[in-house]
Design a protein around this ligand. Structure first.
Ligand SMILES: Nc1ncnc2c1ncn2[C@@H]1O[C@H](COP(=O)(O)OP(=O)(O)OP(=O)(O)O)[C@@H](O)[C@H]1O
Ligand SMILES: [Mg+2]
Length: 256
């Protein structure tokens, strides 16, 4: 089982879009995939076609230890499972702090879960929810827009990862940096993108996610873009990303 946290404390960079569409793309290649919505906004939940009813057990009850992971996970129509979230999760922030092993709640819940890939959609903040995501994860995927402030935000995130590694989860790695909403026509985008490659080298995915309106439309139909318009550039990009990830993983396994 490989557990990846999709994270960036900056808002609106494509975390949820990446989590939902990567889940669909990996599931399409026959892998057992769980998407965990760790954001009280619940965008990954609705984006995967799950209607946020209040009575539903969610990741909130799992973090509090009231239900098991298996009890709260739901099947989607797209070949992967979802551990949903809703507004209630905002309260977990305060409640989890009172509990023992507060940073390890999600990690403990995931022990022996029957999946090949677990993707965790983190909220745009560095709070106890995100810490739970980072402690549960083997590695992080960092979506980012190639804009002026992106690199600055990235160094904050790298500092945070160092702290988590030092105190809570020594195995946490950077799986990859993903350039999202990519516009090849912009000079600034190209500059920032080049700088990113200089700093992070092979950690930067070769796959670029273009700005594509179908990616933005799909969530309002409760579908990953693969199920909404599989020929769109957005759908193809996320399929290519899944392939790149699996290829890299196979290469790493060969080496070790
Ligand atoms: N490649 C893309 N092309 C066009 N629109 C995109 C693309 N990626 C994301 N979007 C749109 O940009 C907005 C922000 O994306 P998304 O919700 O995935 O970001 P996020 O990082 O999860 O945001 P938050 O920090 O609020 O959780 C959404 O409206 C989404 O549909
Ligand atoms: Mg999001």
């Amino acid at each position: 089982m490989k557990i990846l946290a999709i994270t960036n404390q900056k808002g609106g960079v494509g975390k949820t879009t990446t989590a939902v569409n990567l889940a669909a793309s990996l599931a399409q290649s026959g892998l057992r995939v769980l998407l965990i919505d760790l954001d009280p906004q619940g965008n990954a939940t609705t984006g995967a076609g799950i209607f946020k009813r209040e009575a539903l057990p969610t990741v909130y009850q799992v973090l509090l230890g009231q239900v098991s992971l298996a009890e709260a996970c739901l099947k989607t129509d797209f070949g992967f499972a979802v551990l949903p979230a809703n507004r209630e999760l905002a309260g977990a922030e305060v409640e989890v702090v009172e509990l023992e092993r507060r940073e390890y709640r999600l990690r403990d819940a995931l022990e022996n879960a029957p999946y090949d890939f677990v993707l965790i959609d983190c909220p745009p903040a560095l709070n106890m929810l995100t810490v739970n995501g980072l402690v549960a994860a083997d590695a992080v995927v960092i979506p980012m827009q190639c804009e002026y402030y992106a690199l600055e935000g990235l160094s904050d995130l790298v500092d945070t990862l160092k702290k988590v590694r030092a105190h809570l989860n020594p195995r946490l790695e950077i799986e990859g940096l993903l350039r999202t909403m990519y516009n090849p026509q912009s000079t600034l985008t190209q500059q920032v993108s080049g700088e990113l490659e200089r700093h992070f080298g092979d950690k930067v995915y070769r796959t670029l996610i273009p700005r594509n309106v179908r990616l933005a439309e799909a969530p309002s139909y409760g579908k990953p873009v693969l199920a909404f318009d599989k020929n769109s550039r957005g759908a193809q990009a996320y399929v290519a990303l899944a392939e790149e990830m699996l290829r890299r993983q196979a290469q790493n396994e060969e080496r070790t």
